[in-house]
Write a protein that binds this ligand. Structure first.
Ligand SMILES: [Zn+2]
Length: 440
């Protein structure tokens, strides 16, 4: 009897604890402010909460870790109405470039929207009944979080930028306490800004070599030049190679974040994939490395056009589309690897270009339309042993850690574009995993 009572009490305890946890998840999921800028922990919390709150349609797991041992959290969304074999898998990957925070917010929003609208919205329901959607909001969690100090495109492979034997030995630091990392210049008090000389970045000059901030936290590696396809194709002999070779890492897929994503896609080949970025407002498709059309050129061009149209409609901001090479040529990008190695229809969605609409060409016109804060020159006089020092607070530095206006509208509109991509599949023969492909 006593035993039974204990079991009964334990049962009640478990039930009430579960209710508390679920109530917290529910509150978390229903009060997210998508106009906010979230720290990297948010994405683990969000994907975890989705899996607990919607166990029938959401699974969450880490697919591997970054240089700094941060998890790459994936949420897998799919209902149980059909078997896995009857469904088309799709992947959505945010934030390869750490500073491009909006790419993570929009990716995470799409997962959140699909899960919270299943059974309520006919499109969300239809999608989870017919597709498996893998969502990785942040592929570069180290660069993402570092970008709360200063925009960091790269990952955090330990790097010794100034060659003194100590990696990251002179990082940026807000010395004057205004919350902004300034560019440091010298020039007379009455000098013209264009005549001032760039010295370094705001930092106490930790390594005391006279150059502030010359060993910042960030590698020289661009994860989106490091995939194992056409790696370093521009080999340093051509002009283009000279520009891009240093960014591609020591060997193909050298970086843990890239290995993890390649392995995941080899094990979970998808019909289509989107990778989200910022910098322009555009949908791009392969190739990046060549102006030649792919075998699926017409199909991917049409889907890109329809995605750009949907995002334009959803955000009220202009978006365009083009083959990635014609944006600018690059090699070893995720979309070239996914299409070139696995025949996955692949798209880069550039979700945000800050600033008012310009004129002259489509890139200048296709912007978010917001006013960015003006840059400020601050005369510092004598500073850390240097005379006539100026701080330049750039608008980019001032925007660090801040979301642009209407980010929630950006999330909603980009989600509409992603729905267009999902619904364009299955198309063609689907992904093919050649047996030569290696795991790392
Ligand atoms: Zn990018």
């Amino acid at each position: 009897m006593k035993k039974l009572l204990n079991i009964g009490l334990m049962f009640m305890l478990v039930v009430s604890l579960t209710t508390v946890v679920f109530a917290e998840d529910n509150e978390f999921l229903t009060t997210i402010d998508w106009n906010n800028r979230h720290h990297v922990e948010f994405y683990g919390e969000l994907t975890g909460a989705l899996a607990r709150e919607y166990p029938d349609i959401a699974k969450t797991y880490s697919i591997g870790r970054s240089w700094r041992e941060r998890d790459l959290w994936v949420v897998e969304l799919s209902s149980r109405v059909k078997s896995e074999e009857e469904k088309a898998p799709i992947a959505i990957i945010g934030n390869i470039h750490g500073g491009e925070h909006e790419s993570a917010e929009t990716t995470a929003y799409t997962a959140w929207w699909l899960a919270t609208n299943y059974g309520k919205d006919s499109t969300a329901t239809e999608i989870l009944d017919n597709y498996i959607i893998y969502v990785l909001p942040v592929m570069n969690p180290d660069g993402y979080e570092q970008s709360f100090v200063y925009p960091c495109r790269q990952n955090l492979r330990p790097t010794d930028h100034n060659g003194d034997g100590v990696p990251f030995g002179d990082p940026y630091k807000d010395v004057n306490g205004d919350g902004i990392i300034a560019e440091v210049y010298t020039g007379a008090r009455d000098s013209d800004p264009k005549d001032r000389k760039f010295i370094g970045m705001e930092s106490p000059d930790f390594d005391k070599n006279g150059i502030p901030g010359d060993d910042w936290i960030g590698s020289d590696i661009d994860l989106n030049r490091t995939f194992n396809y056409m790696w370093n194709r521009y080999d340093g002999i051509t002009e283009i190679g000279a520009k891009y070779a240093t960014r591609s890492g020591p060997s193909p897929a050298s970086e843990p974040e890239v290995k993890v994503v390649q392995n995941f896609l080899i094990k979970h080949p998808v019909y289509a994939l989107a990778t989200l970025h910022t910098g322009i407002q555009c949908v791009l498709f392969p190739w990046c490395y060549s102006p030649e059309p792919t075998a699926d050129h017409d199909f991917m061009e049409t889907v890109s056009r329809d995605m750009a149209k949907a995002i334009t409609k959803g955000t009220g901001r202009p978006f365009y589309f083009k083959q990635s090479y014609h944006d600018y040529p690059t090699t070893a990008e995720l979309i070239d690897w996914a299409y070139g190695r696995l025949s996955i229809h692949s798209y880069t969605i550039e979700v945000y270009s800050g600033g008012p609409h310009g004129t002259g060409n489509i890139e200048n016109y296709c912007t978010w339309g917001n006013e960015l804060p003006p840059e400020d020159w601050i005369y510092m006089g004598r500073w850390q042993g240097l005379d006539d020092v100026w701080f330049l607070n750039t608008s980019r530095a001032k925007m660090t850690g801040q979301a642009p206006p209407d980010q929630a509208i950006m999330c909603e509109g980009v989600k509409d574009g992603l729905l267009v991509m999902i619904k364009s599949e299955p198309h063609g023969d689907g992904p093919i995993v050649p047996d030569y492909l290696e795991y790392y």
